[in-house]
Every structure is written in structure tokens, then in C-alpha cells.
Write a protein that binds this ligand. Structure first.
Ligand code: PLP
Length: 296
């Protein structure tokens, strides 16, 4: 049995769920959420989409081991560990922070328990990805940080095809969180759809656009960057954000996390409040997963 093909083929289309909230109804906004967090129990959200064509390629080329990089709480590290385990690849993860250990937090414990070999390096050494790949990843299929490359973009582009099959109406705005830009790049390949990008890092719109553009072979003009919702930078939060996430979850029953999807959803609601959208607009927010980060 081909474990790699079976893994991808056995995944059902994720729901496109309307967000039931009187706040939105009163303002004439239809907001859907593409529930990619439900795509797989552990290889969730954009991680599933980004890994799909990479792992098909790794198998096609005959690789037995996946090699990648990530921070201590990386959703990508957790996803690669499980995907590798389920599809019969060995996995090696280089983790930023020489002071850490496999027992340092739930993400790393989970990755190690899923069979990933963890290598801890200093922040300085971590910057040299190609050096690390040469030193520790010889003969492995190398996945970049966050799983972001052109095959990831191809996987992400399939989200738009699915949504268009599910929603028989124009989409005025497709919304996504941003870290490296591969997710937004995949969505932006659908030239008919305007993509609103919510960076979870403190970066200028110019830099964000360039990062997204670096994954695309043609220039796109359907991106709009909403750079006011980073809450101070990557991983930063405050009570306003945490309270919003809690009240959104209570109102809708849809779980978010505060690093990516919480910031995106806060931004969408804030823009609704400020009248950025028009009555009658249809928005879709992509649930990119990341809920493993809430594991205790
Ligand atoms: C849950 C979640 N959402 C969104 C993103 C951002 O995706 P990208 O790095 O492709 O911009 C990430 C990071 O990869 C993530 O883990």
C-alpha cells in the first residue's frame, strides 16, 4: 500500500462554515470560515496543504527522511513529525534554541513522541539553514522553515478551488493570516479574488508584499496588506486579543489561537466595525489551524 498517496486521498473536503454572529448580520456582512483546522487531527490547516505536494515529491524522488527547521512552538514541526510517522518517513527537526530539550514544551514533546529526531542549535547557528542542512540533513528531503516553497504554494492554491466549488456566490475578500507568505501566495494565484493579508509579525506592507511575491512566478495585484493587527510582533498578545478570541469562540463555537488566526479574525472584526467592507459583502477567512499550540 502506498501510504503517501493514501494519506492525501483519504482527506475529505473541509467545511465552509458561516460565522453566526448578530454583529455581522446587523452590518450586512456574510463571513464564512474555511475550516482547514478540521482537515486532520494533527497535520492541520495550512500545514496539510503545504506538505501535500512536498511529500508526494519526496516519495517520488525516493527520500526516506524529511529534514526541517522550526521554533520551539512551531506548528510546522508538529505537523512534519506526525505526517512523517503516518506516511513512513523518518523525520529530523532542527530547533531554534540550544538551551531547549525534547521535554521543554508540549509541541516538542509531541514531535519527539511522534518519532522526530530533534537537534537543538543556537539562534546564531539557526540562521544558516543551508549550513545546517549540509551538516545534519545529508540525503534527506529538506523542507524549509514553515514548509514554505513553491510546492507549498501549489497545495495552498487548491483551497481556492475548493471554496469556489462550495460557495456559489462571489467572494469579495479572501482573508488569511501571514507568517512567511506562502499561504497568501497560494490564495493569490486565484486572480479573481482579492486577498486580505493579516501579518502576525511587525513588518511593513512593502516587505510583506515582497515576501509573498517571492513565492510567485508572476506579479499579482490582488493583495491588500492589513498591517495593523500584529499586536506588537510575532507571538505577542494582550488582553484585548485574548478576550476577543475567547468571546469569538463562545459566540461561534469555532476555536482560534492567538498567534495567527486570532489576529486575523480580530482584524476582520475591526475592519467590519470601521466600515471597511460594504453591506452585502461576502468574506471568507481561512482557518489555518495552529491549534496544536494550545496543547497543555
Ligand atoms: C496556524 C498558522 N497560520 C498561518 C500561518 C502563516 O502561514 P505562512 O507562513 O504561509 O504565511 C502559519 C505559519 O506557517 C501557521 O502556523
Amino acid at each position: 500500500m502506498n501510504l503517501v498517496a493514501t494519506f492525501w486521498e483519504n482527506t475529505a473536503q473541509t467545511p465552509l462554515q458561516i460565522v453566526e454572529d448578530p454583529f455581522l448580520v446587523d452590518r450586512g456582512i456574510r463571513l464564512y470560515i474555511k475550516r482547514d483546522d478540521l482537515i486532520h487531527a494533527e497535520v492541520s490547516g495550512n500545514k496539510w496543504r503545504k506538505l501535500k505536494y512536498n511529500l508526494i515529491e519526496a516519495e517520488r524522488l525516493g527520500f526516506k527522511t524529511l529534514f526541517t527547521f522550526g521554533g520551539a512552538y512551531s506548528n510546522h514541526i508538529a505537523a512534519v513529525a506526525v505526517a512523517g510517522k503516518e506516511m513512513g518517513f523518518q523525520t529530523i527537526g532542527v530547533i531554534r534554541g540550544e538551551e531547549l530539550s525534547a521535554d521543554a514544551n508540549p509541541t516538542l514533546r509531541f514531535a519527539a513522541a511522534s518519532g522526530m529526531e530533534l537537534i537543538f542549535v543556537s539562534r546564531e547557528a539557526y540562521r544558516d539553514k543551508s549550513g545546517l542542512a549540509a551538516m545534519y540533513g545529508n540525503g534527506c528531503y529538506v523542507l524549509p522553515e514553515g514548509g514554505s516553497n513553491h510546492l507549498a504554494v501549489l497545495g495552498m492554491s487548491e483551497v481556492m478551488l475548493e471554496i469556489k466549488q462550495q460557495l456559489n456566490a462571489p467572494i469579495h475578500y479572501m482573508c488569511t493570516a501571514f507568517g512567511t507568505g506562502a499561504t497568501a501566495a497560494g490564495l493569490a494565484t486565484d486572480a479573481d479574488t482579492k486577498v486580505l493579508v493579516f501579518p502576525s509579525l511587525k513588518l511593513s506592507s512593502e516587505v510583506v508584499k515582497n515576501m509573498i511575491g517571492s513565492y510567485l512566478s508572476t506579479n499579482v495585484s490582488n493583495l491588500e496588506i492589513m498591517s495593523d493587527y500584529h499586536f506588537g510582533g510575532y507571538g505577542r498578545t494582550n488582553d484585548l486579543l485574548l478576550d476577543f478570541v475567547k468571546s469569538f469562540e463562545n459566540q461561534t463555537g469555532i476555536p482560534l489561537e492567538e498567534v495567527y488566526t486570532g489576529k486575523m479574525m480580530f482584524g476582520i472584526y475591526d475592519l467590519v466595525k470601521k466600515g471597511f467592507f460594504r453591506r452585502g459583502d461576502t468574506l471568507v477567512g481561512l482557518h489555518t489551524g495552529g491549534l496544536q499550540g494550545k496543547r497543555k
